[in-house]
Design a protein around this ligand. Structure first.
Ligand SMILES: Nc1nc2c(ncn2[C@@H]2O[C@H](COP(=O)(O)OP(=O)(O)OP(=O)(O)O)[C@@H](O)[C@H]2O)c(=O)[nH]1
Ligand SMILES: [Mg+2]
Length: 304
């Protein structure tokens, strides 16, 4: 695809914000038409800003997926929430996602209050409409718009794609005129090794429970192209305690084997080459307070 010439191109940043689990990452993947951000049924899956790029007519839309906004306790949580708001402050447009099934609970209420301080156009997006009645949606639309002037309201199902095309078309007409920021065929600005680490983290989130997903992180240590065209990748999963390391490994190494097999498949699709994936599990007590881990994730390290 070639960038349209002339002065009629448009380009802009659209931030997706909302409470954890609202469906921001599912939506960015639907908008881009490819998996650029990991998804899980657990809250607080996304930890950093993830950019996904889409073309709509003569417009290039750079979507910014953000970590869910909640009342943060740990240092990592604070870094995630700060990052989420920075994504909104830097964007041309901000889309507030509400899980229509949850409606305006305390969490969404607090987000609305802070959203008032963000400049630029704001769009209300009711997500998961496949799960609720139409009257509920109309009620939510009315009460939200009474509180804040939204430029538009959309109702979508990020999961089955309903309403997503309309949203994209509308956004394309809203972003400012200007040249495209990225080459036309680029869909993400993250390096492959970072996407690969995220994929493995997605598998951890799916397989592990309670505090373990939140007390682990994944880094790609090496990425080597082999002569036969395949790729050899080494990744480390950091956990906080020896007992957690044992859980990640599983009985006879079963759990890590399953995680590795699932991740290898997805990373192979992403890299469009056969992948040999080697996973190591290391105990790194207090990694959540280690600035180096934040640098790897592309997060600011909060001083306290
Ligand atoms: N039924 C239904 N489920 C959805 C929809 N959109 C997302 N989900 C589900 O909601 C869960 C959370 O989705 P995510 O996309 O990870 O949510 P998120 O807002 O990125 O969450 P955080 O990264 O934790 O802030 C997943 O289980 C999704 O499959 C939808 O439109 N309908
Ligand atoms: Mg997410």
């Amino acid at each position: 695809m070639a960038e349209p010439s002339g002065e009629d191109t448009r380009c802009g940043f659209v931030a997706l914000i909302g409470a954890p689990n609202a469906g921001k990452s599912t939506l960015i993947n639907a908008l881009v038409g490819s998996k650029v951000s990991i998804v899980s049924h657990k809250v607080q899956t996304t930890r950093m800003l993830v950019r996904g790029i889409a073309i709509e007519g003569s417009a290039q839309l750079i979507f910014v997926d953000t970590p869910g906004i909640f009342a943060p306790k740990r240092r990592l949580d604070r870094a995630m929430v700060t990052t989420a708001w920075s994504g909104a402050h830097d964007a041309d447009l901000t889309v507030l996602l509400i899980d229509a099934r949850k409606g305006f609970d305390d969490e969404n209420d607090a987000i609305m209050n802070k959203l008032a301080e963000v400049g630029g156009k704001k769009i209300l997006l009711l997500n998961k409409i496949d799960l609720v009645e139409k009257e509920t949606l109309l009620g939510l639309t009315k009460s939200a718009n009474e509180r804040m002037p939204f430029a538009a309201t959309f109702m979508v199902s990020a999961l089955n794609g309903n309403g997503v095309a309309d949203l994209k078309t509308w956004l394309a007409g809203q972003v400012p005129a200007g040249p495209w920021h990225y080459p036309p065929d680029q869909i993400s600005d993250a390096p492959l090794r970072q996407l690969a680490a995220e994929i493995t983290r997605e598998k951890l989130f799916a397989r592990l429970h309670q505090e373990l997903p939140y007390q682990s992180t994944v880094e790609t240590d090496s990425w080597k192209q082999l002569k036969d065209g395949s790729i050899r990748i080494e990744q480390t999963i950091y956990v906080e305690r020896e007992s957690q390391r044992k859980i990640v490994l599983g009985k006879g190494g079963q759990t890590i084997k399953a995680i590795g097999a699932e991740a290898r498949k997805d990373i192979g699709e992403l890299a469009e080459a056969p992948v040999h994936l080697f996973l190591f599990v290391k105990v790194r007590e207090g990694w959540g307070d280690d600035p180096e881990r934040y640098r790897e994730m592309g997060l600011e390290f909060p001083k306290e």
